[in-house]
Design a protein around this ligand. Structure first.
Ligand SMILES: [Ca+2]
Ligand SMILES: [Ca+2]
Length: 217
């Protein structure tokens, strides 16, 4: 290339406005068929902070109830304390210090439709490891119908110096009873809010215990 051509290219480059390219979308999906992937269990109950109680809870992979495949997460909480949140959390990676839209979509199985005794479905997206109930957003309620229901949440997150974006989803005690729910098919989109979240939570009514199209009760 001649020298004048190189100069022209350089001048054009200087003259053209710089347009920020859209960030690539990275989707992290997990169905818990072979393990936890990047996810881990965590919980919080207020009275554990002062040593006056211990929350009776578990969050474990479970085979036999699933929205897809045969495995899901079984979330059990004894709500006798009338308090407590149990969740799965994952540290994911994005560009350090650059604000990025993030979305999370997941599914919770309610075995019955009930107008009372509904528990909170919660989610978190942020730059810090979620440790407390206050970190979470209530994105819906359980037992709005029998079957798997889709829940989602979206936020703009500024990853920390290591590029970490934390995502979490779980169940929050509302009534003083033991309760078990199943959670499956979580997807976190980094770089773009998902269409599901843009449109709000969707319902998918299914036959139990494995996903299939069913009747809206
Ligand atoms: Ca699964
Ligand atoms: Ca945590």
């Amino acid at each position: 290339m001649r020298a004048w051509s190189l100069l022209l290219v350089a001048l054009l480059g200087l003259a053209l406005p710089t347009t920020a390219l859209p960030l690539p979308v990275a989707t992290h999906s997990e169905s818990f068929e072979t393990g936890w992937g990047p996810w881990a269990a965590d919980h919080q109950v207020q009275c554990e902070d002062d040593g006056t109680c211990t929350l009776d809870w578990s969050l474990e992979r479970f085979q036999g109830v699933a929205r897809s495949g045969t495995w899901s997460l079984e979330n059990h909480i004894n709500g006798i304390l009338d308090d407590g949140v149990v969740w799965a959390e994952a540290p994911l990676l994005a560009t350090p210090g650059t604000p990025v839209p993030v979305s999370i979509t997941f599914h919770v199985l309610s075995e019955v439709h009930s107008d009372v005794n509904n528990w909170g479905v919660v989610a978190y997206l942020g730059e810090e490891d979620p440790e407390r109930e206050d970190d979470f957003t209530v994105v819906g309620q359980t037992d709005q119908g029998a079957g798997w229901r889709t829940f989602c949440h979206a936020a703009v997150v500024t990853p920390d110096a290591d590029g970490k974006v934390w995502a979490a989803f779980g169940i929050s005690v509302t009534w003083e009873t033991p309760r078990t729910y199943y959670l499956d098919d979580v997807a976190v989109g980094i770089g773009e809010a998902s269409a599901d979240c843009a449109e709000g939570p969707l319902c998918l009514w299914v036959d139990l215990p494995v996903c299939g199209v069913g009747e809206d009760p």
